[in-house]
Design a protein around this ligand. Structure first.
Ligand code: UN1
Length: 488
Protein backbone atom coordinates (compact mmCIF):
# COMPACT_ATOMS: atom_id res chain seq x y z
CA UNK A 1 0.00 0.00 0.00
CA UNK A 2 1.57 3.31 -1.02
CA UNK A 3 1.73 6.37 1.23
CA UNK A 4 -0.94 9.03 0.65
CA UNK A 5 -0.03 11.64 -1.97
CA UNK A 6 0.29 15.19 -0.60
CA UNK A 7 -2.51 17.61 -1.48
CA UNK A 8 -0.96 20.66 -3.13
CA UNK A 9 -2.33 23.74 -4.80
CA UNK A 10 -0.94 25.49 -7.85
CA UNK A 11 -0.95 29.24 -7.39
CA UNK A 12 0.99 31.71 -9.51
CA UNK A 13 3.11 28.90 -10.92
CA UNK A 14 4.10 27.49 -7.53
CA UNK A 15 3.00 24.31 -5.88
CA UNK A 16 2.03 25.10 -2.29
CA UNK A 17 0.55 23.22 0.64
CA UNK A 18 -2.83 24.51 1.80
CA UNK A 19 -3.60 26.33 5.04
CA UNK A 20 -7.26 25.43 5.35
CA UNK A 21 -9.02 22.54 6.98
CA UNK A 22 -7.73 18.98 6.66
CA UNK A 23 -8.54 17.42 3.31
CA UNK A 24 -8.17 13.77 2.43
CA UNK A 25 -9.40 11.54 -0.33
CA UNK A 26 -9.96 7.89 0.52
CA UNK A 27 -10.30 4.77 -1.56
CA UNK A 28 -14.08 4.21 -1.71
CA UNK A 29 -13.58 0.44 -1.98
CA UNK A 30 -11.43 0.47 1.19
CA UNK A 31 -12.25 3.67 3.07
CA UNK A 32 -9.46 3.10 5.60
CA UNK A 33 -6.94 3.65 2.78
CA UNK A 34 -6.05 7.31 2.31
CA UNK A 35 -5.20 8.22 -1.30
CA UNK A 36 -4.26 11.88 -0.86
CA UNK A 37 -3.96 14.00 2.23
CA UNK A 38 -3.20 17.59 3.15
CA UNK A 39 -4.98 20.87 3.72
CA UNK A 40 -7.63 22.64 1.68
CA UNK A 41 -7.08 26.08 0.19
CA UNK A 42 -8.48 29.13 1.97
CA UNK A 43 -10.35 32.09 0.48
CA UNK A 44 -7.13 34.17 0.52
CA UNK A 45 -5.58 31.56 -1.84
CA UNK A 46 -8.43 32.12 -4.28
CA UNK A 47 -7.71 35.82 -4.17
CA UNK A 48 -4.00 35.25 -4.85
CA UNK A 49 -4.82 32.80 -7.63
CA UNK A 50 -7.24 35.19 -9.32
CA UNK A 51 -4.64 37.95 -9.07
CA UNK A 52 -2.02 35.71 -10.65
CA UNK A 53 -4.43 34.69 -13.40
CA UNK A 54 -5.33 38.31 -14.10
CA UNK A 55 -1.65 39.22 -14.44
CA UNK A 56 -1.00 36.24 -16.73
CA UNK A 57 -4.11 36.63 -18.88
CA UNK A 58 -3.02 39.43 -21.22
CA UNK A 59 0.39 38.01 -22.25
CA UNK A 60 -1.25 34.59 -22.59
CA UNK A 61 -3.90 35.98 -24.92
CA UNK A 62 -1.21 37.82 -26.88
CA UNK A 63 0.72 34.60 -27.46
CA UNK A 64 -1.51 33.42 -30.27
CA UNK A 65 -3.71 30.39 -30.58
CA UNK A 66 -1.13 28.17 -32.28
CA UNK A 67 1.42 28.61 -29.53
CA UNK A 68 -1.17 28.05 -26.85
CA UNK A 69 -2.34 24.96 -28.69
CA UNK A 70 1.21 23.60 -28.88
CA UNK A 71 1.32 23.54 -25.07
CA UNK A 72 -1.93 21.63 -24.92
CA UNK A 73 -0.55 19.12 -27.43
CA UNK A 74 2.54 18.70 -25.26
CA UNK A 75 0.31 18.18 -22.21
CA UNK A 76 -1.68 15.59 -24.19
CA UNK A 77 1.48 13.54 -24.67
CA UNK A 78 2.30 13.68 -20.98
CA UNK A 79 -1.22 12.61 -20.03
CA UNK A 80 -1.21 9.80 -22.60
CA UNK A 81 2.16 8.54 -21.35
CA UNK A 82 0.75 8.34 -17.82
CA UNK A 83 -2.57 6.73 -18.74
CA UNK A 84 -1.89 3.50 -16.86
CA UNK A 85 -0.58 4.84 -13.53
CA UNK A 86 -3.01 7.77 -13.44
CA UNK A 87 -5.90 5.52 -14.50
CA UNK A 88 -5.02 3.27 -11.59
CA UNK A 89 -4.93 6.24 -9.23
CA UNK A 90 -8.25 7.41 -10.63
CA UNK A 91 -9.83 4.03 -9.87
CA UNK A 92 -8.52 4.09 -6.30
CA UNK A 93 -9.66 7.66 -5.68
CA UNK A 94 -12.99 7.78 -7.52
CA UNK A 95 -14.07 4.14 -7.64
CA UNK A 96 -14.71 3.47 -11.34
CA UNK A 97 -12.98 0.37 -12.68
CA UNK A 98 -9.31 0.61 -13.61
CA UNK A 99 -10.14 -0.01 -17.29
CA UNK A 100 -12.55 2.92 -17.20
CA UNK A 101 -10.00 5.00 -15.29
CA UNK A 102 -7.31 4.37 -17.90
CA UNK A 103 -9.87 5.05 -20.62
CA UNK A 104 -10.76 8.34 -18.98
CA UNK A 105 -7.14 9.47 -18.76
CA UNK A 106 -6.73 8.65 -22.48
CA UNK A 107 -9.89 10.61 -23.16
CA UNK A 108 -8.41 13.63 -21.38
CA UNK A 109 -5.35 13.30 -23.64
CA UNK A 110 -7.61 13.14 -26.69
CA UNK A 111 -9.42 16.31 -25.58
CA UNK A 112 -6.13 18.13 -25.06
CA UNK A 113 -4.97 16.98 -28.51
CA UNK A 114 -8.22 18.17 -30.09
CA UNK A 115 -7.92 21.68 -28.65
CA UNK A 116 -4.18 21.62 -29.27
CA UNK A 117 -5.00 21.77 -32.99
CA UNK A 118 -7.60 24.53 -32.60
CA UNK A 119 -5.38 27.13 -34.22
CA UNK A 120 -5.69 25.31 -37.54
CA UNK A 121 -9.48 25.34 -37.33
CA UNK A 122 -10.11 28.96 -36.38
CA UNK A 123 -12.22 30.67 -38.97
CA UNK A 124 -14.14 33.90 -38.73
CA UNK A 125 -17.02 35.74 -40.26
CA UNK A 126 -17.00 38.60 -42.74
CA UNK A 127 -20.23 40.35 -43.68
CA UNK A 128 -21.08 42.57 -46.59
CA UNK A 129 -21.44 46.21 -45.64
CA UNK A 130 -24.23 48.49 -46.86
CA UNK A 131 -21.55 51.21 -47.17
CA UNK A 132 -18.92 51.46 -49.91
CA UNK A 133 -15.33 50.79 -48.91
CA UNK A 134 -16.22 48.89 -45.79
CA UNK A 135 -16.28 45.30 -44.63
CA UNK A 136 -17.72 44.04 -41.38
CA UNK A 137 -15.90 41.28 -39.61
CA UNK A 138 -16.34 39.50 -36.34
CA UNK A 139 -13.33 38.77 -34.18
CA UNK A 140 -13.16 36.82 -30.96
CA UNK A 141 -11.45 37.63 -27.70
CA UNK A 142 -11.07 35.67 -24.48
CA UNK A 143 -13.24 36.45 -21.47
CA UNK A 144 -10.15 36.92 -19.27
CA UNK A 145 -10.02 34.99 -16.01
CA UNK A 146 -12.33 31.99 -15.99
CA UNK A 147 -13.38 30.05 -12.89
CA UNK A 148 -13.65 26.30 -13.51
CA UNK A 149 -15.57 24.10 -11.05
CA UNK A 150 -15.57 20.38 -11.76
CA UNK A 151 -17.29 17.29 -10.31
CA UNK A 152 -15.85 14.08 -8.90
CA UNK A 153 -17.20 11.67 -11.48
CA UNK A 154 -14.81 12.40 -14.35
CA UNK A 155 -11.85 13.72 -12.34
CA UNK A 156 -9.65 14.32 -15.37
CA UNK A 157 -11.83 14.25 -18.52
CA UNK A 158 -14.31 16.96 -17.50
CA UNK A 159 -11.54 19.27 -16.24
CA UNK A 160 -9.73 18.71 -19.55
CA UNK A 161 -12.81 19.57 -21.59
CA UNK A 162 -13.30 22.81 -19.71
CA UNK A 163 -9.69 23.87 -19.17
CA UNK A 164 -8.39 23.01 -22.66
CA UNK A 165 -10.83 25.27 -24.54
CA UNK A 166 -10.59 27.97 -21.86
CA UNK A 167 -6.82 28.07 -22.35
CA UNK A 168 -6.63 27.68 -26.09
CA UNK A 169 -9.05 30.58 -26.62
CA UNK A 170 -6.74 32.72 -24.49
CA UNK A 171 -8.23 32.72 -21.00
CA UNK A 172 -6.40 32.23 -17.72
CA UNK A 173 -7.97 29.72 -15.34
CA UNK A 174 -8.58 29.29 -11.63
CA UNK A 175 -9.80 25.74 -11.11
CA UNK A 176 -11.56 24.23 -8.13
CA UNK A 177 -12.08 20.47 -8.51
CA UNK A 178 -14.31 18.33 -6.30
CA UNK A 179 -12.51 17.84 -3.01
CA UNK A 180 -13.08 14.06 -3.22
CA UNK A 181 -10.63 13.74 -6.15
CA UNK A 182 -7.64 16.02 -5.47
CA UNK A 183 -5.00 13.61 -6.78
CA UNK A 184 -6.27 13.47 -10.35
CA UNK A 185 -6.63 17.25 -10.38
CA UNK A 186 -3.01 17.56 -9.32
CA UNK A 187 -2.01 15.15 -12.12
CA UNK A 188 -3.68 17.22 -14.84
CA UNK A 189 -2.22 20.46 -13.49
CA UNK A 190 1.22 18.79 -13.36
CA UNK A 191 0.92 17.78 -17.02
CA UNK A 192 -0.03 21.28 -18.11
CA UNK A 193 2.76 22.84 -16.04
CA UNK A 194 5.32 20.40 -17.43
CA UNK A 195 4.08 21.23 -20.92
CA UNK A 196 5.30 24.80 -20.41
CA UNK A 197 2.26 26.78 -19.33
CA UNK A 198 3.47 30.16 -18.03
CA UNK A 199 2.99 30.80 -14.28
CA UNK A 200 -0.48 32.03 -13.34
CA UNK A 201 -2.19 30.84 -16.53
CA UNK A 202 -3.60 27.82 -14.69
CA UNK A 203 -4.19 27.88 -10.94
CA UNK A 204 -5.51 24.96 -8.94
CA UNK A 205 -7.20 25.59 -5.59
CA UNK A 206 -8.64 22.51 -3.94
CA UNK A 207 -11.32 22.78 -1.30
CA UNK A 208 -14.98 22.60 -0.47
CA UNK A 209 -18.02 24.79 -0.97
CA UNK A 210 -16.35 27.84 0.65
CA UNK A 211 -13.62 27.80 -1.99
CA UNK A 212 -16.19 27.40 -4.78
CA UNK A 213 -18.16 30.34 -3.37
CA UNK A 214 -15.04 32.48 -3.05
CA UNK A 215 -14.25 31.77 -6.70
CA UNK A 216 -17.76 32.35 -8.01
CA UNK A 217 -18.09 35.64 -6.13
CA UNK A 218 -14.61 36.97 -6.80
CA UNK A 219 -14.83 40.28 -8.72
CA UNK A 220 -11.79 39.32 -10.82
CA UNK A 221 -13.47 36.20 -12.27
CA UNK A 222 -14.99 37.01 -15.66
CA UNK A 223 -16.75 33.76 -16.49
CA UNK A 224 -17.64 30.54 -14.68
CA UNK A 225 -17.99 27.05 -16.06
CA UNK A 226 -19.47 24.39 -13.81
CA UNK A 227 -20.54 20.76 -13.98
CA UNK A 228 -22.37 19.22 -11.06
CA UNK A 229 -25.67 19.13 -9.28
CA UNK A 230 -28.69 21.11 -10.37
CA UNK A 231 -29.02 22.93 -7.04
CA UNK A 232 -25.41 24.13 -7.06
CA UNK A 233 -25.48 24.97 -10.79
CA UNK A 234 -28.49 27.21 -10.35
CA UNK A 235 -26.89 28.93 -7.38
CA UNK A 236 -23.71 29.54 -9.36
CA UNK A 237 -25.58 30.81 -12.40
CA UNK A 238 -27.59 33.17 -10.18
CA UNK A 239 -24.43 34.48 -8.49
CA UNK A 240 -22.77 34.97 -11.87
CA UNK A 241 -25.81 36.79 -13.24
CA UNK A 242 -25.84 39.05 -10.18
CA UNK A 243 -22.25 40.03 -10.99
CA UNK A 244 -23.01 40.30 -14.70
CA UNK A 245 -20.62 37.59 -15.87
CA UNK A 246 -21.45 34.61 -18.09
CA UNK A 247 -21.91 31.16 -16.61
CA UNK A 248 -22.08 27.74 -18.18
CA UNK A 249 -23.66 25.07 -15.99
CA UNK A 250 -24.00 21.42 -16.90
CA UNK A 251 -26.32 19.87 -14.37
CA UNK A 252 -28.61 16.97 -13.74
CA UNK A 253 -30.05 14.29 -15.93
CA UNK A 254 -32.73 11.65 -15.57
CA UNK A 255 -31.95 9.95 -18.82
CA UNK A 256 -34.26 7.44 -20.42
CA UNK A 257 -33.52 4.42 -22.54
CA UNK A 258 -36.49 3.57 -24.74
CA UNK A 259 -36.62 -0.02 -25.93
CA UNK A 260 -39.19 -0.58 -28.68
CA UNK A 261 -40.75 -3.89 -29.74
CA UNK A 262 -38.52 -4.27 -32.80
CA UNK A 263 -35.22 -3.61 -30.97
CA UNK A 264 -32.24 -5.93 -31.29
CA UNK A 265 -32.71 -7.51 -27.86
CA UNK A 266 -29.11 -8.49 -27.11
CA UNK A 267 -27.74 -5.14 -28.23
CA UNK A 268 -30.33 -3.23 -26.20
CA UNK A 269 -29.62 -5.26 -23.04
CA UNK A 270 -25.88 -4.82 -23.43
CA UNK A 271 -26.14 -1.06 -23.96
CA UNK A 272 -28.68 -0.44 -21.21
CA UNK A 273 -26.41 -2.33 -18.80
CA UNK A 274 -23.51 -0.06 -19.78
CA UNK A 275 -25.62 3.09 -19.57
CA UNK A 276 -27.02 2.23 -16.16
CA UNK A 277 -24.04 0.69 -14.41
CA UNK A 278 -20.79 1.80 -15.99
CA UNK A 279 -19.03 4.26 -13.63
CA UNK A 280 -21.47 2.89 -11.04
CA UNK A 281 -24.19 5.03 -12.61
CA UNK A 282 -22.35 8.19 -11.56
CA UNK A 283 -22.63 10.09 -14.83
CA UNK A 284 -24.98 12.91 -15.64
CA UNK A 285 -25.58 10.96 -18.87
CA UNK A 286 -26.23 7.58 -17.17
CA UNK A 287 -29.44 5.71 -17.94
CA UNK A 288 -31.66 5.93 -14.88
CA UNK A 289 -35.07 5.41 -16.51
CA UNK A 290 -36.00 2.55 -18.80
CA UNK A 291 -39.16 2.55 -20.87
CA UNK A 292 -39.93 -0.67 -22.65
CA UNK A 293 -42.89 -1.40 -24.92
CA UNK A 294 -45.31 -4.23 -24.22
CA UNK A 295 -44.29 -6.66 -26.96
CA UNK A 296 -40.66 -6.98 -25.83
CA UNK A 297 -40.98 -6.07 -22.14
CA UNK A 298 -40.92 -9.56 -20.60
CA UNK A 299 -38.06 -10.88 -22.73
CA UNK A 300 -36.06 -7.68 -22.27
CA UNK A 301 -36.55 -7.52 -18.49
CA UNK A 302 -35.65 -11.20 -18.04
CA UNK A 303 -32.40 -10.77 -19.96
CA UNK A 304 -31.55 -7.49 -18.23
CA UNK A 305 -32.18 -8.86 -14.76
CA UNK A 306 -30.02 -11.90 -15.40
CA UNK A 307 -27.15 -9.59 -16.33
CA UNK A 308 -27.74 -7.09 -13.51
CA UNK A 309 -27.75 -9.86 -10.91
CA UNK A 310 -24.59 -11.37 -12.39
CA UNK A 311 -22.66 -8.08 -12.59
CA UNK A 312 -19.35 -8.47 -10.77
CA UNK A 313 -19.18 -5.76 -8.14
CA UNK A 314 -15.86 -5.30 -6.36
CA UNK A 315 -12.57 -3.53 -6.01
CA UNK A 316 -12.10 -1.34 -9.09
CA UNK A 317 -8.45 -2.32 -9.48
CA UNK A 318 -9.34 -6.01 -9.71
CA UNK A 319 -9.50 -6.80 -13.43
CA UNK A 320 -12.52 -9.06 -12.97
CA UNK A 321 -14.60 -6.21 -11.50
CA UNK A 322 -17.32 -4.75 -13.69
CA UNK A 323 -18.67 -2.18 -11.24
CA UNK A 324 -16.92 -0.45 -8.34
CA UNK A 325 -18.23 1.49 -5.35
CA UNK A 326 -19.79 4.95 -5.36
CA UNK A 327 -17.50 7.82 -4.48
CA UNK A 328 -18.25 8.45 -0.82
CA UNK A 329 -20.13 7.56 2.28
CA UNK A 330 -22.43 10.53 1.64
CA UNK A 331 -23.19 9.34 -1.90
CA UNK A 332 -23.83 5.82 -0.64
CA UNK A 333 -26.25 7.09 1.99
CA UNK A 334 -28.17 9.36 -0.37
CA UNK A 335 -28.52 6.68 -3.07
CA UNK A 336 -29.61 4.10 -0.50
CA UNK A 337 -32.16 6.58 0.88
CA UNK A 338 -33.46 7.13 -2.66
CA UNK A 339 -33.90 3.38 -3.14
CA UNK A 340 -35.68 3.07 0.24
CA UNK A 341 -38.05 5.89 -0.70
CA UNK A 342 -38.81 4.21 -4.02
CA UNK A 343 -39.61 0.94 -2.28
CA UNK A 344 -41.79 2.75 0.26
CA UNK A 345 -43.60 4.47 -2.63
CA UNK A 346 -44.52 1.16 -4.24
CA UNK A 347 -41.58 0.19 -6.46
CA UNK A 348 -40.51 -3.45 -6.60
CA UNK A 349 -36.80 -4.32 -6.50
CA UNK A 350 -36.15 -6.78 -9.33
CA UNK A 351 -32.40 -6.70 -8.70
CA UNK A 352 -30.35 -5.19 -5.87
CA UNK A 353 -32.20 -2.78 -3.62
CA UNK A 354 -30.46 -4.05 -0.49
CA UNK A 355 -27.23 -2.83 1.15
CA UNK A 356 -24.29 -5.26 1.39
CA UNK A 357 -24.66 -6.10 5.08
CA UNK A 358 -21.64 -8.39 5.32
CA UNK A 359 -18.86 -9.88 3.19
CA UNK A 360 -16.00 -8.03 1.46
CA UNK A 361 -18.22 -5.26 0.08
CA UNK A 362 -19.78 -4.24 3.41
CA UNK A 363 -16.93 -1.90 4.40
CA UNK A 364 -16.65 0.00 1.10
CA UNK A 365 -19.11 2.50 -0.33
CA UNK A 366 -20.82 -0.13 -2.47
CA UNK A 367 -24.38 -0.02 -3.76
CA UNK A 368 -25.72 -3.11 -5.53
CA UNK A 369 -26.82 -2.71 -9.15
CA UNK A 370 -30.49 -2.02 -8.60
CA UNK A 371 -33.41 -2.43 -11.00
CA UNK A 372 -36.79 -1.17 -9.83
CA UNK A 373 -40.12 -1.90 -11.47
CA UNK A 374 -42.41 1.08 -11.07
CA UNK A 375 -46.17 0.98 -11.01
CA UNK A 376 -48.62 3.51 -12.38
CA UNK A 377 -47.74 6.14 -9.79
CA UNK A 378 -44.01 6.16 -10.29
CA UNK A 379 -42.85 8.20 -7.26
CA UNK A 380 -39.72 10.26 -6.69
CA UNK A 381 -37.29 7.79 -8.28
CA UNK A 382 -38.84 8.65 -11.65
CA UNK A 383 -38.06 12.34 -11.30
CA UNK A 384 -35.09 12.76 -8.95
CA UNK A 385 -31.52 12.09 -10.01
CA UNK A 386 -29.92 9.58 -7.60
CA UNK A 387 -26.52 9.54 -9.34
CA UNK A 388 -25.91 5.88 -8.65
CA UNK A 389 -26.50 2.39 -10.07
CA UNK A 390 -30.28 2.52 -10.01
CA UNK A 391 -32.51 1.88 -13.00
CA UNK A 392 -36.27 2.48 -12.79
CA UNK A 393 -38.48 0.66 -15.32
CA UNK A 394 -41.87 1.57 -16.73
CA UNK A 395 -43.77 -0.24 -19.42
CA UNK A 396 -45.49 1.53 -22.32
CA UNK A 397 -48.21 0.28 -24.64
CA UNK A 398 -46.51 1.54 -27.79
CA UNK A 399 -43.80 3.82 -29.17
CA UNK A 400 -45.97 6.89 -28.85
CA UNK A 401 -46.52 6.35 -25.14
CA UNK A 402 -42.84 5.48 -24.71
CA UNK A 403 -41.72 8.79 -26.23
CA UNK A 404 -44.20 10.66 -24.02
CA UNK A 405 -42.79 8.94 -20.94
CA UNK A 406 -39.23 9.68 -22.06
CA UNK A 407 -40.11 13.38 -22.10
CA UNK A 408 -41.76 13.16 -18.69
CA UNK A 409 -38.84 14.84 -16.89
CA UNK A 410 -37.76 18.37 -16.18
CA UNK A 411 -34.32 17.31 -17.37
CA UNK A 412 -33.31 16.74 -20.98
CA UNK A 413 -29.66 15.80 -21.07
CA UNK A 414 -29.47 12.53 -22.98
CA UNK A 415 -31.56 9.57 -24.06
CA UNK A 416 -31.13 6.29 -25.89
CA UNK A 417 -33.63 4.66 -28.21
CA UNK A 418 -33.42 1.07 -29.39
CA UNK A 419 -35.18 0.18 -32.62
CA UNK A 420 -34.28 -1.28 -36.00
CA UNK A 421 -36.96 0.70 -37.76
CA UNK A 422 -35.62 3.88 -39.35
CA UNK A 423 -39.02 5.53 -39.27
CA UNK A 424 -39.26 5.00 -35.52
CA UNK A 425 -35.70 6.24 -35.03
CA UNK A 426 -36.51 9.43 -36.91
CA UNK A 427 -39.68 9.83 -34.85
CA UNK A 428 -37.53 9.59 -31.72
CA UNK A 429 -35.27 12.36 -33.06
CA UNK A 430 -38.37 14.51 -33.54
CA UNK A 431 -40.10 13.65 -30.32
CA UNK A 432 -37.52 13.22 -27.56
CA UNK A 433 -36.41 16.53 -26.07
CA UNK A 434 -32.77 16.06 -25.15
CA UNK A 435 -29.40 17.61 -25.85
CA UNK A 436 -27.82 14.26 -26.77
CA UNK A 437 -29.70 11.36 -28.38
CA UNK A 438 -28.25 7.92 -28.98
CA UNK A 439 -29.91 5.57 -31.45
CA UNK A 440 -28.95 1.97 -30.59
CA UNK A 441 -26.19 2.93 -28.15
CA UNK A 442 -26.10 3.75 -24.44
CA UNK A 443 -27.15 7.18 -23.19
CA UNK A 444 -23.65 8.17 -22.02
CA UNK A 445 -20.68 9.31 -24.05
CA UNK A 446 -19.33 12.46 -25.64
CA UNK A 447 -16.77 13.25 -28.34
CA UNK A 448 -14.48 16.27 -28.16
CA UNK A 449 -15.47 17.69 -31.55
CA UNK A 450 -19.25 17.78 -31.13
CA UNK A 451 -21.50 19.85 -28.85
CA UNK A 452 -22.31 18.37 -25.46
CA UNK A 453 -25.02 19.57 -23.12
CA UNK A 454 -28.64 19.30 -22.19
CA UNK A 455 -32.02 20.58 -23.21
CA UNK A 456 -34.68 21.74 -20.75
CA UNK A 457 -33.38 22.11 -17.18
CA UNK A 458 -30.21 20.07 -17.61
CA UNK A 459 -28.01 22.99 -18.58
CA UNK A 460 -27.62 26.75 -18.56
CA UNK A 461 -25.53 28.72 -21.01
CA UNK A 462 -23.73 27.61 -24.17
CA UNK A 463 -22.94 23.94 -24.73
CA UNK A 464 -19.53 22.40 -24.16
CA UNK A 465 -16.89 20.89 -26.44
CA UNK A 466 -16.22 21.19 -30.15
CA UNK A 467 -17.01 24.52 -31.76
CA UNK A 468 -19.68 25.11 -29.11
CA UNK A 469 -17.03 25.72 -26.46
CA UNK A 470 -15.88 28.81 -28.34
CA UNK A 471 -19.27 30.40 -27.74
CA UNK A 472 -18.71 30.35 -24.03
CA UNK A 473 -15.00 31.01 -23.71
CA UNK A 474 -14.85 34.01 -26.06
CA UNK A 475 -16.82 37.15 -26.76
CA UNK A 476 -17.12 38.73 -30.16
CA UNK A 477 -16.17 42.15 -31.43
CA UNK A 478 -17.95 43.27 -34.58
CA UNK A 479 -15.48 45.39 -36.50
CA UNK A 480 -16.62 47.97 -39.08
CA UNK A 481 -13.50 48.12 -41.17
CA UNK A 482 -12.89 50.93 -43.65
CA UNK A 483 -9.79 52.24 -45.30
CA UNK A 484 -9.68 55.96 -45.98
CA UNK A 485 -12.42 57.91 -47.71
CA UNK A 486 -13.53 55.78 -50.69
CA UNK A 487 -12.25 57.12 -54.02
CA UNK A 488 -10.03 59.69 -52.32
C1 UN1 B 1 -20.02 10.90 -20.79
O1 UN1 B 1 -21.19 10.59 -20.90
O2 UN1 B 1 -19.11 10.15 -21.16
O3 UN1 B 1 -20.86 14.81 -15.49
C2 UN1 B 1 -19.63 12.21 -20.25
C3 UN1 B 1 -21.17 14.06 -16.42
C4 UN1 B 1 -21.20 14.64 -17.81
C5 UN1 B 1 -20.21 14.03 -18.72
C6 UN1 B 1 -20.64 12.74 -19.29
N1 UN1 B 1 -20.96 16.07 -17.75
O4 UN1 B 1 -21.42 12.91 -16.22
Amino acid sequence: MSAPAPVRHLIAGQWRPGHGEALRSVNPAHPAVVVAEGSAAVAADVDTAVGAAAAAARPWAALGVHQRGAMLSAAAQIVERNAEPWGHELATEEGKTRAEGIGEVRRAAQILRYYGAEGDRQAGEIYASPRAGEQILVTRKPLGVVGVITPFNFPIAIPAWKIAPALVYGNAVVWKPASTVPLLAIRLAEALTEAGLPPGVLNLVIGGVDIGDALVNHPGVEGITFTGSTAVGRRIAAAAAARGVPAQAEMGGKNAAVVLDDADLDLAVEQVMLGAFRSTGQKCTATSRLIVTAGIADAFCDALLAQARALRVGDPVDDATQMGPVVSDLAQRSITAGIDTALAQGATALAGGQPYADGPLADGFFVAPTVLQLGTSPGDVWTDELFGPVLAIRRAADAEEAFTLANDSEFGLSAAVFTQDMTRALEAVERIDVGVLHVNSESAGADPHVPFGGAKKSGLGPKEQGGAAREFFTHTTTVYLRGGRPGA
